[in-house]
Design a binder for this molecule. Structure first.
Ligand SMILES: C[S@@+](CC[C@H](N)C(=O)[O-])C[C@H]1O[C@@H](n2cnc3c(N)ncnc32)[C@H](O)[C@@H]1O
Length: 279
């Protein structure tokens, strides 16, 4: 009897171990599906110098939704337009640390589409890195539009500024070097609450809730706050993962679900984005 119980316990421990191993492998396989591409053709578009991404062949693009196979994602990339200047920035960044942090070309195209649909003129980005997503937005803003770009790392901003310059959008981008909380507070203190159309949140994950509260004050009614990485490579949905960043994103997702101030839509693009439209 005791031997049977002992075997049962060993069996249960083994199953639990295998489950943990499976989940770890799922998370790491999603992360390791690095895909990239090269432009093979230019096409005219309402966005500048758009091109098509031909193949997945390198480590330039770090993210896609967990439910997509590599084949499906390659197909999406092959049907994504990426302005040439963004391609250049992506290629330069690919050789540098942190390249997986920037949004993928399909996400950038999606952000630019949202900005265009909204006719947005005043935008904010929290977390610029080398400027890939901010440039995608700045490119489609009208000439008199303004994007407040918040980033704490001056070296990242050097690269971002170089590409704003090359793309001829420097006059549209108001770079704020420093902690994003301070930059957002400055805008609020400056009486700019309710005056922005669009905000993109993509900085330190554990601060998302605080940034969100400030961005929600800064956008107008019917303005949009887009939050990146809400799937966190599948970790937020995995109850076995409980590190602080994951838990913080999970709590934030749960909070958004019942935040009556906004209408929400969780979109499985890239590493997952939640669209929050201010009521
Ligand atoms: C995920 S990356 C942004 C990627 C960028 N949105 C893109 O797609 O190209 C996050 C960036 O947020 C910046 N960041 C993190 N914490 C910050 C803070 N407290 N204030 C300002 N920037 C911060 C990091 O330095 C990093 O460059």
């Amino acid at each position: 009897m005791q031997t049977t119980l002992c075997f049962e316990r060993i069996f249960c421990v083994l199953i639990a171990f295998l489950n943990v191993l499976k989940n770890v492998l799922v998370v790491s396989s999603v992360r390791s599906r690095r895909s990239g591409g090269s432009i093979i053709a230019s096409s005219s578009d309402n966005t500048p110098a758009a091109g098509l991404i031909s193949s997945i062949n390198n480590e330039q693009i770090g993210k896609h939704s967990a439910h997509l196979t590599d084949q499906l994602y390659q197909y999406i990339l092959q049907h994504t337009r990426e302005p040439e200047i963004l391609q250049q920035l992506r290629e330069e960044t690919a050789a540098l640390p942190g390249s997986q942090m920037q949004v993928s070309p399909d996400q950038a195209q999606f952000l630019a589409m949202l900005v265009q649909i909204m006719g947005a003129e005043r935008c904010i980005e929290v977390g610029v890195f080398h400027g890939y997503s901010s440039l995608a937005v700045a490119l489609v803003l009208p000439d008199w539009g303004r994007l407040v770009a918040c980033e704490r790392d001056e070296r990242c901003l050097d690269i971002a500024r170089k590409y704003y310059e090359r793309a001829g959008v420097t006059h549209k981008v108001d770079v704020r070097h420093g902690l994003a909380m301070d930059s957002l507070q400055y805008l609020l203190d400056n009486g700019e609450g309710g005056s922005y159309d669009f905000a993109f949140l993509d900085a330190d994950k554990r601060m998302y809730h605080q940034y969100y509260e400030m961005l929600l004050q800064l956008v107008r009614c019917n303005g949009l706050v887009v939050v990146d990485n809400i799937l966190w490579y599948g970790r937020t949905a995995n109850p076995l993962v409980a590190d602080k960043r994951t838990q913080s994103l999970r709590d934030f997702n749960q909070f958004l679900l019942s935040d009556e101030r906004v209408c929400i839509s969780m979109v499985p693009i890239g590493d997952g984005m939640t669209l929050c439209r201010k009521r």
